[in-house]
Design a protein around this ligand. Sequence first.
Ligand code: CP
Length: 309
Amino acid sequence: KKDILGLETMSSPEINLILDTAKEMKNIIDRDIKKAPTLRGKSIINLFFENSTRTRTSFELAGKYLGADVVNISASSSSVAKGESLRDTLLTVEAMGVDIIVMRHEAEGSAQYAANVVKPVLINAGDGAHEHPSQGLLDMFTIKQYKRKIDGLKVAIVGDILHSRVARSNIWGLMKMGAEVHVAGPQTLLPRDIEQVGVKVHNRIEEALDQADVINVLRIQRERQKKGLFPSAREYARIFGVNAKRLALAKPDALLLHPGPMNRGLEIAPDIAYSEQSAIQEQVKNGLAVRMALLFLVLMGGIQIEAAN
Ligand code: CP
């Protein structure tokens, strides 16, 4: 079965196929076709153990636009709140005969675990600080839309790298597609082994932003940070916050990305969040197209995306 667990295990032809299919899907969205019959008779469950606005909603709309039935389960309103385990929840959902489970969970590796436990296709919508493949794909789709290529671009990923599944999926995907990836953040928010991955690491954000083609600003993930680890918000904004002055260090046509939700005034200055260089709203729109492509490809064919099981 064709699970989508992460970009570390995805090849560049597979990424290209998804990005090309997403382009077709974006044409459908732009033509305002909101009820294609492509996935009629298929059912999708969004199983979210962590909060979400963009990912959950866009997977729901993606399924509905392609004609599938979509049901949402959030941990707080499900029997998980009564103590039901992840395994039992997955088996319960499987017994209802769904075709795809889209799952977000706070534990790294939970997506692989779930894919091993149940037969429906598993799409990882974020497993702890590990991977968020659909976000990595939509970020690459957005870069390609504005820059016409990914190969050879300098992409700066800045902020809370340590806790960011968005950073990890971007790094794996962008490196496979030939980008030169630079990361910057406070020492306390950089993984210890980050240099071994093949990215260029900077302690000063200015060095990462210098002549960058793309800047991806990460959310500061207060909910995942241990007490005392984090520089104060004021210190962070002063030393690492992306503002107009720092943005000017990048190329004049540099693209500004943020996966959302934003902490305005912390990792990103309010005046640049929706500036001319920002593609943040376009990222949200592209997220819908990429998720339509993923649902289509895992159910209707295309090359083997993940042959784990
Ligand atoms: N970028 C992202 O995953 O946003 P949500 O948490 O709102 O889904």
